[in-house]
Write a new protein. Structure first.
Length: 330
């Protein structure tokens, strides 16, 4: 691998592509640590880490930018959702299907433009849902500081910052695909996931120190547990690479034929078929549906329970604001 990178670095064109990709990733990481205005990032990060659940998954996909409400908090998720929606609509809408099959290069450009517009719309919806979530928890843990400005103005600024960040990340991924080493969206998604590695290593080190010092009431991790975690992670990476590069070779035998006084053919070859043709799409595709079950469960009728006389009911008929807000990301 090192020899391959060294040989690629000697080629001027490949060297420019690698440098452009590195610069684009630096810009992405810079936007992932710049918080949007009017939000207390420290209070929001503590609240997100304590909630877990679906928010931990969203943070794993978008990196640390989601937990601190950075400009790139939404990441590439609006673009991925938009791409999935447009791909499904090309089957349901005949006009889009003709545009994809018969439009050629011009048709693909139009579909790409439609995908960008849908990305902006989804970014607006998800930005509004994220702001509604922050505002719903602001009563217990102050997270919003409007600095004397009207609340509606702060809401517009926050939602537009999230939307502009997602649109810029989409554009950055397209630039990496065109001028970089390719697969720009996948590289940005990988960079966001990889950004959580330093935090995980720091937490593991703190747990080992707490275990060695005999500290109770905090995260403790024995040294052999850390070794097992590292071995497990490496084993999972090796297994993923093995499955991704595996292929089933179907043998093909060519018939012999005589042309003049010479005989041709009779050779054998094979057709390589990838074992995992879908790649990581089965993991990424269900992402838009993950926030839907909680609000759907809240809206469904529940069996009534009779409370003791004189005791107020402990159940509320109004679903939580956070559950309703996250339904906008479906």
């Amino acid at each position: 691998m090192i020899e391959t990178i060294r040989n690629a670095w000697k080629i001027p064109e490949l060297r420019k592509k690698i440098l452009f990709t590195v610069f684009a990733l630096l810009v992405f990481r810079l936007g992932s640590v710049v918080p949007v205005p009017f939000i207390d990032s420290d209070a929001l990060s503590q609240t997100m880490n304590s909630m877990g659940g679906i928010f931990s998954l969203l943070g794993a996909m978008n990196g640390t930018a989601f937990s601190i409400a950075a400009v790139f908090a939404l990441g590439v998720q609006p673009y991925i959702n938009s791409s999935i929606i447009i791909q499904l609509l090309t089957v349901a809408i005949p006009a889009l299907e003709r545009l994809q099959k018969e439009g050629g290069e011009e048709g693909r450009k139009k579909i790409a433009a439609i995908t960008r517009y849908v990305t902006v719309a989804i970014g607006l919806l998800q930005g509004f849902g994220y702001y509604t979530l922050i505002r719903s928890y602001d009563a217990t843990t102050p997270m919003l500081d409007t600095a004397g400005l009207p609340g509606w103005w702060a809401a517009i600024v926050i939602i537009l910052c999230f939307t502009a960040g997602s649109a810029f990340v989409m554009w950055l991924g397209e630039q990496i695909t065109e001028f970089g080493i390719g697969n720009g969206i996948s590289i940005i998604l990988f960079a966001g996931i990889l950004s959580r590695v330093p935090s995980a290593v720091r937490t593991m080190y703190r747990g080992i120190r707490n275990n060695m010092d005999g500290v109770t009431g905090q995260f403790n991790l024995p040294w052999w547990g850390a070794i097992l975690i590292v071995i497990g992670v490496l084993a999972i990476v090796v297994l993923i690479v093995f499955i991704q590069n595996s292929e089933r070779r179907i043998p093909v035998q060519y018939a012999k034929r005589v042309v003049g006084r010479k005989m041709y053919g009779g050779q054998s070859s094979h057709i390589p078929l990838k074992v995992n043709m879908s790649g990581g799409m089965p993991i990424i595709s269900p992402r838009p549906l993950l926030p839907c079950p909680p609000p759907s469960a809240c809206l469904c009728p529940r069996p009534s329970r009779r409370a003791p006389a004189g005791t107020p009911s402990s159940r509320s008929s109004t679903p939580p604001a956070s559950s309703i807000s996250w339904c906008t990301s479906c």
